[in-house]
Design a protein around this ligand. Structure first.
Ligand code: BGC
Length: 469
């Protein structure tokens, strides 16, 4: 089961989850610094990313892990407020530039291609104070930051992700309010943020296209969170429609405007409009794009970056009480098949990834696809001999092999989440996704490979799995 020559094998991290150094050398606060410092039990045991894996000072240790695995790609994110402490180019933090220059240069010296995400959930607090992603002003700020990054690092970075999982982020942050600033806007905030996130992404893609592409010859996309959903009863038309609605509301709501025609899926528009009407709103809670905006948004991604963890079953559930919520607008009930192994919120369904890849191929005209995150958690304390978890990775690679060979999916890169155990947002350090174990009680934060890391290194060395299908 050899993968195509030149296939990319990577691993991912994100700035706030690994760096620490939250106020080191002039870094400004991000919303996660503020949120975790406020305490209040919104994060497991009120833990913080103040130190996390210490990657701000321990980059050399991370590099050793990357070399031990033999990665061809390393996917990491930049901390906006480390580079621009108040979110604007009014003040630029040279120490932040130095830190990322060192990472990029060391990667390239070691033959590892950087995939760089500009923004992975950690908005500068100064911009949140001005309304964050609920305010249209963020589009300009994001574009300014993106241009700054392209011009500072783009001579060496050729694979850019503008925004990490804007679809999940909009929901968790501005609809449910479980991510900072921790204020819910049920049924409205998620859509408002979605609107601004799409426009900000598109705007920065155009900046790259017109100002940098010719000289730098790179590629720009955004990384979408996607699960796979199956109708609970495959013979039920209403369950099938429920599955389509679930895909439309969580994936296509971003992917269709950006990859197809600049506008939201019809089913999302009609569903939110009719629900809003019932609830007495004068117009739909889903904002509309102007014709000019649609033209600006359409076609603004150079590849399809997707992040897959889990699958679910779905069936129709009427919003009979007229509940005001993004999730209730979809009118589905979502649940795992009882036969699936469940690790925390992740159901182990490797074949769901193959189906998802086929969905992307069929819906989005067979794009080049990068899997920029995929992984399985362990509880804490975790066993270094994670043979069972490796089995899930192995099955996943088998599915990817079938997707490439049999389904002709244009898959170019796979990145495991994550290089290291790290700060898992509201779950703190209670669950571990790393290929390397990190001891968070030890000030030197030693990194020790799990069995999965040793096995992944073999896969990379062989460019695939041993044996046949
Ligand atoms: C996020 C990561 C997170 C991972 C595991 C993804 O949705 O991008 O930051 O750690 O899921 O929960």
């Amino acid at each position: 089961m050899a993968f195509p020559e030149g296939f990319g094998w990577g691993a991912s991290t994100a700035a706030y989850q690994v760096e620490g150094g939250w106020d080191a050398d002039g870094k400004g606060p991000s919303v996660w610094d503020t949120f975790t410092h406020q305490g209040g039990g919104r994060v497991f045991k009120n833990q913080t990313g103040d130190v996390a894996c210490g990657s701000y000072t321990l980059w050399e240790e991370d590099l050793k892990c990357i070399k031990q695995l033999g990665l061809t790609h390393y996917h990491f994110s930049l901390s906006w407020s480390r580079l621009l402490p108040d979110g604007t180019t009014g003040f630029i933090n040279q120490k932040g530039i130095d830190y990322y220059n060192k990472i990029i240069d060391d990667l390239l010296t070691n033959g590892v291609t950087p995939i760089v995400t500009l923004y992975h959930f950690d908005l500068p607090q100064a911009l949140e104070d001005q309304g964050g992603w609920l305010s249209e002003a963020i589009i300009e700020s994001f574009d300014e930051y993106a241009q700054f990054c392209f011009s500072t690092f783009g001579d060496r970075v050729k694979q850019w992700i503008t925004i990490n999982e804007p679809n999940l982020f909009a929901l968790l942050t501005y609809d449910l309010g479980v991510f900072p600033p921790g204020v819910p806007h049920h049924g409205t905030g998620g859509y408002q943020a979605t609107h601004n996130l799409i426009k900000a992404h598109a705007r920065s893609w155009h900046s790259y296209d017109s100002l940098f592409r010719k000289g730098q010859k790179g590629m720009v996309s955004l990384a979408l969170f996607a699960g796979w959903v199956e109708p609970a009863d495959p013979n039920s038309a209403s369950d099938q429609e429920a599955a389509q609605r679930a895909m439309a509301f969580h994936l296509d709501i971003f992917a269709k405007p950006i990859f197809i025609d600049g506008d939201y899926p019809e089913v999302v528009k009609s569903q939110v409009a009719s629900m809003s009407k019932k609830q007495g709103y004068p117009s739909s809670r889903l904002p509309e794009f102007t014709e000019e905006e649609k033209r600006m948004i359409k076609g603004t991604a150079d590849f399809f970056a997707v992040q897959y963890y889990s699958s679910r079953l779905v069936k129709y559930r009427e919003n009979d009480k007229g509940e005001l919520s993004f999730l209730r607008d979809v009118e589905v009930e979502v649940f795992p098949d009882p036969s699936w192994i469940k690790l925390d919120w992740v159901c182990v369904v490797p074949w769901g990834l193959r189906k998802l890849l086929n969905y992307i191929k069929d819906t989005y005209n067979n794009p080049v696809i990068y899997i920029t995150e995929n992984g399985f958690p362990q509880g804490d304390p975790a066993s270094l001999d994670d043979t069972q978890r490796w089995e899930y990775f192995r099955q996943t690679f088998q599915e990817l092999f079938k997707a490439i060979q049999l389904d002709k999916i244009n898959l170019k890169v796979y990145c495991a989440w994550s290089l290291l155990d790290n700060f898992e947002w509201t779950q703190g350090y209670s669950i571990r996704f790393g290929l390397f174990h990190v001891d968070f009680d030890n000030p030197t934060r030693p990194r020790v490979p799990y069995t999965s890391a040793k096995e992944y290194a073999k896969i990379i060395r062989n460019n695939g799995l041993e044996g046949h299908l």
